[in-house]
Design a protein around this ligand. Structure first.
Ligand SMILES: NC(=O)C1=CN([C@@H]2O[C@H](COP(=O)(O)OP(=O)(O)OC[C@H]3O[C@@H](n4cnc5c(N)ncnc54)[C@H](OP(=O)(O)O)[C@@H]3O)[C@@H](O)[C@H]2O)[C@@H](O)CC1
Ligand SMILES: [K+]
Length: 245
C-alpha cells in the first residue's frame, strides 16, 4: 500500500471527528493543548533565546488568533511561549462564543499577564521589525474557505506588507491558502515557518522550501490509526513535540 504524505481538508476533518468521537474520546481541549504546545516548541527551535541580548529577548511575538480552532491553538501557543520566556502579545479580533472554553483560554492568558488585544485596539503598533521577533499566524486552518471576509481580509493584507521584514509562523495552514490547492487566492501569507498539525495538508506541497521551514507537530496518534488513513507516523525524537521535515 502506498502511503500518503498529506491528507486533504476533508480527511483532516474526518480524522479530527474520529479522534474526538465516542470510540477514542479525546476532547478538543486536550488536542488543542498539544497542538498549541507544539507550535510554541517550533517557535523556540526556530528563534532560540539562548545567547540573545536582553533587547532581543524582550521582543514581542505577535500571535494573531482567528475565530475557530486554529485561533484556539494560537491562544494556547501564546501561553506556552510566555512560560518559555518569550514576550507574546495576542490579537484576538473576533472572539468565538462557540464554547466557554475560548473564554477560559483568554482568562489563562490574563493569568500569565499576556496582553490580549481586541479588534478596536491599535494592533499595528506592536508590529515593528525592530521590536517583533515573529508573527504567529493562527487565523485560519483546515476549515478556511476563500474568499476571505473582513476583518481578516484587511488584517492579512497588512501582514503581507510586513512579512518580508517580520517572519511569519503559520499554524497548520498558511492563512489565505486553500487547504487543498495552496495559494490560489489573495490575500494569503507567505510564511517563513509552517507547523503542520497531525499530518501536512496538500497545500504544504506548494511551499518554497528555500523560504519556508516546515515542521510537523501535534503528536497524538498511534501508527495503526495513521495507517488506516493512509499515512505514516513521524519519527519524532525523544520527548520532542515537533519534527523538522
Ligand atoms: N487534529 C488536529 O489536527 C487538530 C487541529 N486543531 C486545529 O483546528 C483547526 C481547524 O479548526 P476549525 O475547524 O475550527 O477551523 P478554522 O480553520 O480555525 O476556521 C474556522 C473559522 O473560520 C471562519 N472562516 C472560514 N472561512 C472564512 C472566510 N473565508 N472568511 C472569514 N472567516 C472564515 C469560520 O467562520 P464560519 O464560516 O463558521 O462563519 C470559522 O469561524 C486546524 O487547522 C488546527 O489548527 C486543533 O485545535 C485540534 C486538533
Ligand atoms: K494559520
Amino acid at each position: 500500500m502506498s502511503t500518503l504524505k498529506v491528507v486533504s481538508s476533508k480527511l483532516a476533518a474526518e480524522i479530527d471527528k474520529e479522534l474526538m468521537g465516542p470510540q477514542i474520546g479525546f476532547t478538543l481541549q486536550q488536542l488543542m493543548e498539544l497542538a498549541g504546545f507544539s507550535v510554541a516548541q517550533a517557535v523556540c527551535r526556530q528563534f532560540p533565546l539562548k545567547g540573545k541580548t536582553e533587547t532581543e529577548k524582550g521582543k514581542h511575538i505577535f500571535v494573531i488568533a482567528g475565530p475557530g480552532n486554529n485561533g484556539g491553538d494560537g491562544l494556547v501557543c501564546a501561553r506556552h511561549l510566555k512560560i518559555f520566556g518569550y514576550n507574546p502579545v495576542v490579537y484576538y479580533p473576533k472572539r468565538s462564543d462557540r464554547t466557554e472554553f475560548y473564554k477560559q483560554l483568554v482568562h489563562q492568558l490574563n493569568f500569565f499577564k499576556v496582553p490580549v488585544l481586541s479588534q478596536d485596539e491599535n494592533w499595528l503598533d506592536y508590529l515593528k521589525p525592530e521590536k517583533t521577533l515573529c508573527i504567529v499566524d493562527a487565523i485560519f486552518g483546515f476549515s478556511f474557505k476563500p474568499p476571505m471576509r473582513e476583518p481578516f481580509k484587511g488584517i492579512v493584507e497588512e501582514l503581507c506588507k510586513l512579512q518580508d521584514r517580520i517572519p511569519i509562523v503559520s499554524v497548520d495552514v498558511p492563512t489565505g491558502w486553500d487547504v487543498d490547492e495552496g495559494p490560489i487566492s489573495q490575500p494569503s501569507v507567505n510564511p517563513a515557518v509552517l507547523v503542520s498539525l497531525t499530518v501536512p495538508k496538500p497545500c504544504s506541497t506548494h511551499i518554497d522550501e528555500k523560504h519556508t521551514t516546515h515542521y510537523v507537530g501535534g503528536r497524538f496518534i498511534p501508527r495503526d490509526f495513521a495507517n488506516k488513513y493512509g499515512f505514516e507516523t513521524f519519527g519524532y525524537e525523544s520527548t520532542d513535540q515537533i519534527l523538522k521535515l
